[in-house]
Design a protein around this ligand. Structure first.
Ligand SMILES: [Zn+2]
Length: 312
């Protein structure tokens, strides 16, 4: 019997794969019926082998994992860019188009001792006013008025009622200025004196004061361009250090996102009259674009890796 067992054991791998003749198969089956030791050996062979890590199966598993990752990242990327597109549209459509001064753009009426009413003409769809002391004479206060419309309002909000507002002074004489925000001089609309008999004196003259746009965004733009320039130089100098390059690319994408966001929000302008709006929108949009660029960068690298694995 011992002799037969060793022959059977030699045949078992072929038998398990159905690679023996019918006669041999019958012979092996017959033996297995009667010999428990060989039966056990046979069961061992038939058992499915667990996937061995670090062997042939590992690259395949990794590849399928990477393909999955790539698919998820591509979906996320599409979502980020759709949102970025919507935010950009919002930024462009909602950008203030300041209205130049024209006679009748603001009508001023007195409200007894309570203050004044400002009524804007139809071209104005939004406004802002700010009352502060005259820096040269604290017994006088100044009310700066800005008025604008947006592309959105021009296209979609026609035929609305004229905007109006009530301005209350603190009992001091007040000068009302219209701020055209186009580097031309501010226009003094009227002087209001609550204690005088004739409370409003219509003026309509300029007093040589110009409200200048803010330059800060221009400085940030220069800074972003500078950082990008440095990143490009470092990138060129680290041709052989792949990991360093990877990080330089990841960091360098932010100034790219910032510059693009600046151009979308403020156009190709160095200056702005609406700094807080522009700056918060640029930061928001740039973070959105940055995550999109990082994702795209990742997908690009994954694609390269998948190609390399496929070639192996
Ligand atoms: Zn046996």
């Amino acid at each position: 019997m011992k002799n037969e067992c060793s022959i059977i054991r030699d045949l078992l791998p072929l038998y398990a794969e159905n690679m023996v003749s019918d006669d041999t198969a019958a012979f092996v089956a017959e033996h297995l019926k009667s010999c428990e030791a060989c039966r056990k050996e046979y069961e061992q062979i038939k058992k499915p082998k667990p996937i061995q890590k670090g062997n042939d199966a590992a690259p395949l598993q990794k590849l399928s994992h990477k393909l999955k990752l790539k698919r998820i990242q591509t979906i996320a990327l599409t979502a980020v860019f759709v949102i970025a597109l919507l935010v950009s549209a919002f930024a462009v459509l909602g950008a203030p188009i300041y209205q130049p001064y024209s006679e009748g753009i603001v009508t001023i009426e007195e409200l007894g001792d309570k203050g004044l009413t400002l009524t804007f003409d139809k071209n104005v769809t939004d406004f802002h006013y700010d009352i502060h002391d005259d820096p040269d004479d604290s017994s006088i206060c100044i009310c700066d008025i800005e008025a604008w419309t947006t592309l959105w309002d021009k296209w979609f909000s026609q035929g609305k009622e004229n905007l109006s507002a009530t301005v209350v002074s603190e009992g001091k004489p007040m000068y009302l200025f219209y701020i055209p925000n186009d580097t031309s001089e501010n226009v003094c609309l009227a002087k209001y004196d609550p204690s005088a008999e004739n409370q409003i004196e219509i003026d309509g003259e300029t007093k040589g004061i110009t409200t200048l746009p803010r330059l800060v965004l221009g400085y940030y733009l220069i800074l972003a361009t500078g950082v990008l320039g440095i990143m490009v130089i470092v990138w060129l100098l680290t041709r052989k250090k792949q990991t360093v390059r990877l990080w330089v690319e990841r960091i360098g994408l932010y100034p790219v996102a910032y510059i693009v966001s600046h151009c979308i929000v403020s156009g190709i302008n160095w200056t702005t009259y609406s700094i807080s709006r522009d700056f918060s929108l640029i930061i928001f949009l740039s973070i959105l674009l940055y995550s999109g660029l990082l994702l795209a960068h990742n997908i690009w690298y994954l694609k390269k890796e998948i190609k390399t694995v496929n070639r192996l």
